[in-house]
Design a protein around this ligand. Structure first.
Ligand SMILES: [Zn+2]
Length: 388
């Protein structure tokens, strides 16, 4: 039987979709170039603006940006990227433990960071490496935990937390910058020792790279913070981990790939099924726009936005309009400009739609919101769910 239809909320996250004008697009951004008639239609009735999803002083990572979107101030709750991914693996850190991201990377003979993804090993091959690392280097509070492909977790004693580490994807093609700070000797010891272990495998990756460390974040559940029952769908560990830390259930969708070929209709249907079954709020996260940004692939970035419109929003709007009152929040977790192929901290465009109350309306593009005020990204969840 169907639950009573109260107000429903949808949060749409096209990861890294915000961009800059490109000569290849005739001076337009991908958001301007993409044909998005359904989004255009609701934007005319929405409240638009700019959201500072990356608070000053924090790195422009998806961990920080998505934490803002979930309605939690990263300045208060963000301890590092690794503990969020650790949560996605089902790890809960004790107070005497710190988690590090442990990449399998390829470093050249001259010390250049050749590949932060270590040639993209399969998850199965990587698991064997992590097992060997645990055997050779684990113990005394050091634990290697296997994740997906090149992305793994090291749990270490809390005293190892103090170090300045550079994300390996910021070093591509550049000299690798080793960690500095009080814990650097321990980290370097493991990173150096890992070379011998990796040498026993026929993989492009030749050592580990430790970074993104943090303690267990202490986040109140989404239900206690906002009084709503929420669920989400994503292909990305980081977003799933934020769900674990806030008690937001992640719906499993096998065909969500985290790539251009992801199952847009499947994500839409996950949202509608969860809302029909009684969830109040649903977060749809799609990684494709960010991947296209990193790859410098203009065509795929525009296509990913058009897929949002034709394969998610069209059916979503139609179904929700027929079912009852609903609201939507749409914004990316950061910009990933195609020209620089890396994340930036600039405020991003947001859109707040209410099926019952029209806002001032506008155009949902970077240019459309350029003169509108900036709000803290983590405050938008409160605006979305507040009763007016
Ligand atoms: Zn992101």
């Amino acid at each position: 039987m169907r639950h009573t239809w109260g107000m429903k909320y949808v949060v749409c996250v096209p990861d890294g979709c915000a961009d800059e004008p490109l000569a290849e697009l005739g001076g337009r951004t991908p958001m301007q170039a993409a044909h998005m008639p359904n989004l255009d239609r609701i934007a005319k009735r929405s409240t638009l603006g700019r959201a500072a999803v990356i608070p000053e002083g924090l790195p422009p990572g998806s961990d920080v940006g998505n934490m803002s979107i979930f309605g939690y101030d990263p300045a208060k709750y963000h301890t590092g990227r690794a503990p969020i991914e650790a949560a996605a693996l089902g790890l809960r850190l004790r107070p005497d433990q710190v988690a590090y991201r442990c990449n399998l990377v390829t470093i050249g003979a001259d010390g250049t960071m050749v590949d932060f993804a270590g040639g993209h090993p399969s998850t199965e091959d990587a698991a064997k490496v992590i097992e060997a690392l645990q055997e050779a280097l684990g113990g005394d509070g050091v634990e290697f935990h296997p994740g997906v492909q090149y992305r793994h977790i090291l749990v270490a004693p809390a005293s190892w937390a103090e170090a300045d580490c550079t994300p390996p994807h910021d070093l591509t093609g550049k000299p690798s910058v080793p960690p500095t700070g009080p814990a650097a000797p321990e980290l370097l010891r493991l990173m150096d020792a890992s070379r011998e272990v990796l040498a026993g495998f026929d993989l492009a990756a030749n050592q580990i790279w430790l970074w993104g460390q943090g303690f267990q974040p202490d986040m109140p559940s989404f239900e206690s913070a906002y009084g709503l029952d929420a669920a989400l769908v994503t292909a990305v560990d980081l977003v799933r981990g934020l769900g674990v830390l806030t008690g937001i259930d992640a719906v499993h969708l096998e065909s969500a790939t985290g790539w251009y070929d992801t199952d847009y209709e499947g994500k839409r249907d996950c949202a509608l099924a969860a809302l029909d079954a009684g969830a109040d709020l649903f977060i749809i996260h799609v990684e494709a726009t960010d991947e296209a940004g990193h790859a410098g692939n203009i065509e795929e970035k525009v296509r990913a936005l058009e897929n949002w419109d034709s394969r998610i929003l069209a059916g979503l709007i139609e179904h929700l309009d027929a079912a009852g009152p609903w609201r939507m929040l749409m914004l990316p977790d950061h910009a990933t400009p195609l020209a620089t192929r890396t994340h930036t901290s600039e405020p991003v465009p947001y859109l707040l739609f209410d099926s019952q109350v029209d806002g001032p309306g506008g155009v949902y593009t970077e240019e459309g919101v350029a003169d509108l005020p900036v709000v803290a990204g983590h405050e938008l969840m409160g605006q979305l769910v507040s009763r007016r």
